[in-house]
Design a protein around this ligand. Structure first.
Ligand code: TYD
Length: 207
């Protein structure tokens, strides 16, 4: 099974991804948690390029770099783990590209992007996507609690950028209600975790 977590920077999705991983592990299940961009050596190299402030990257090159990292992660890590029977939890997947590059950077032809993602992921789609939704104001408030210097190149996009990203995520959820579950990211962490576990056990193919 492939489970993905999505949301704007500061939504709290990474915390929820880790909590689900720990929960499943504590139940004795084989779980693999991965994050995007990253994982295999190639994807980690691409990650440092993408998040660095020192490298000029045009929007279309950015789209291809995120996708190149994903193509490697799918083939080197996700597919083999799924074939071995593990639950794979992915902190971001191709919906991030639709939201950040497609809508945020304004590159979108959504139909083209959908088709492109299929090639990048070798046809792999998540069984469930948890979209942790918070307003841009809440997310930026949480991010400003971190060290200022830590803001990476993507996080320097500005409020309008994140408004477009958030709207694109919500639009995706409307378009694919059977896959994407929207959760209120302002709920307490434990409440959200419980909702996610309750949903997970009801999914088809949850062994
Ligand atoms: P990261 O520090 O991992 O942020 P987060 O914990 O919020 O996931 O940085 C990933 C950044 O890359 C984040 O700002 C979202 C962005 N991103 C894209 O723009 N497109 C993509 O396809 C992916 C996977 C991430």
């Amino acid at each position: 099974m492939l489970i993905t977590f999505e949301g704007i920077d500061g939504s709290g999705k990474s915390t929820q991804a880790r909590m689900l991983e720990e929960h499943l592990r504590s139940e004795g299940r084989s779980v693999r948690l991965v994050r995007e961009p990253g994982g295999p050596p190639l994807a980690e190299c691409i990650r440092s390029l993408l998040l660095s402030h020192d490298v000029e990257i045009s929007p279309f090159a950015e789209l291809l770099l995120f996708s190149a990292a994903r193509a490697q992660l799918v083939r080197e890590t996700i597919r083999p783990a799924l074939n071995a029977g593990s639950v794979v939890i992915c902190d971001r997947f191709y919906d991030s590209t639709t939201a950040y590059q497609g809508a945020g950077r304004g590159l979108a032809d959504p139909a083209w992007l959908d088709e492109f993602h299929k090639h990048v992921t070798d046809g792999l789609t998540p069984d469930r996507t948890y979209l942790i939704d918070v307003s841009v104001a809440v997310a930026s408030g949480r991010r400003s609690g971190r060290d200022e210097d830590e803001a990476d190149r993507m996080e320097s996009g500005g409020e309008n950028f994140f408004e477009r990203v958030r709207a694109a995520y919500l639009h995706l959820a409307e378009r694919e209600p059977a896959r994407v579950l929207v959760l209120d990211g302002t709920l307490p962490v434990d409440v959200l975790h419980t909702m996610i576990v309750e949903d997970f056990v009801r999914l088809p193919n949850t062994k």
